[in-house]
Design a protein around this ligand. Structure first.
Ligand code: SF4
Length: 331
């Protein structure tokens, strides 16, 4: 059960929440009052979910769209043709020191293997973080790599979740990047402002507000119920610190594969000052095949969303295909 405490859930520090996140299916099932026959399994990619995120799930509902994103299921061990450990062929673009260089003009840094939630559809769920993430000892190598390619304008911090780094660690990294005159943009892909809004600390806001780089924060939200007042407040403070806020969702069967869910997500994102930018087709990572929505189904859905929503609230339906120079828009 979620321990009763005189301290309200939202008053704990973000580090407290990381230490006290749910890590077993049994605890989560008890906390949510799910039927005893709710099936969850042990997995090499273990269950991990923060309490603020779990608090937004519906009690007693084993089909809750937030729960389905994080509850390990037996069908994850099914072998399905086309589903692999490295669906985006990232290993062939790894340059060492956590650098993945796939696209012209920008590089991605795998800064950590840690997250605050483990999303069952994560395309990096089999990623070899121990050997392929950036460590502080490799920062000089990483900075030299960027310096050697003057076309690189933007650095993308990814992971894992880069906001798992402390404010001090992040600040040191950002200041190192700011020392490269060629860089103008810093993009951060993170779920933390949503699953753990306490992470939006004054130190983080000061770092973003004081950076000479244009900061873009891409939150990864799949369902409108992930957004509550606390999340919206944190997002508002990020925007006030000068960050451009974008969202990218993954189209997930039983989570958001209906027009009502997608439209409501766009409305709520807009209310929180976030542009609903991308709707991604599922990357075919082993263990996630049960989330697949067909291309035909996805096209039908986005057409329905387009019929119901103003254009600026219709995300671009995209897919990432290894070897292509950019994401592919699906039409
Ligand atoms: S990297 Fe992102 S999608 Fe993958 S488990 Fe972490 S938060 Fe979820």
């Amino acid at each position: 059960m979620i321990p009763r405490s005189r301290v309200p859930l939202y008053d704990h520090s973000w580090q407290w929440h990381l230490r006290n996140a749910f890590r077993t299916a049994g605890d989560l099932i008890d906390a949510l009052g799910l039927p005893p026959d709710t099936v969850a399994v042990d997995s090499e990619f273990p269950l991990l979910a923060t309490r603020p995120f779990v608090a937004r799930m519906e009690q007693g509902n084993p089909r809750d769209p937030l729960l389905l994103q994080i509850l390990p299921q037996a069908r994850e061990s099914d072998e399905v043709a086309g589903y692999t450990g490295d669906p985006l062929d990232e290993r062939s673009h790894a340059e060492g020191a956590g650098i993945i260089h796939k696209y012209h003009g920008r590089v991605l840094l795998v800064t950590t293997g840690a997250c605050a939630v483990n999303c069952r559809y994560c395309f990096r769920r089999h990623f070899p973080y121990d050997e392929a993430r950036l460590t502080t000892r490799q920062w000089d190598f990483m900075l030299d790599y960027i310096r050697r390619d003057s076309a690189i304008r933007e650095v993308i911090l990814s992971g894992g979740d880069p906001l798992i780094m402390t404010d001090d660690q992040l600040s040191e990294l950002v200041h190192g990047l700011e020392s490269l005159d060629q860089l103008t943009h810093l993009r951060i892909h993170t779920r933390l402002p949503v699953v753990l809004p306490q992470r939006v600390t004054s130190g983080l806001l000061e770092l973003f507000a004081g950076s000479r780089l244009k900061v873009i924060v891409v939150i990864h939200t799949n369902h409108s119920r992930e957004l509550d007042d606390q999340v919206a407040s944190g997002l508002g403070r990020l925007a006030a610190a000068g960050a451009l806020l974008l969202n990218q969702s993954v189209l997930l069967k039983d989570v958001n594969n209906n027009a009502d869910a997608l439209c409501e997500l766009s409305w709520q994102l807009s209310m929180a000052g976030v542009v609903p930018y991308y709707l991604h087709m599922l990357d075919k990572v082993a263990g996630a095949a049960h989330f697949e929505v067909s291309r035909t189904g996805a096209l039908r859905l986005i057409d329905e969303v387009r019929d119901r929503m103003p254009g600026y609230l219709v995300p671009r339906l995209v897919s990432e295909i290894p070897g292509h120079p950019a994401k592919q828009e699906i039409r």
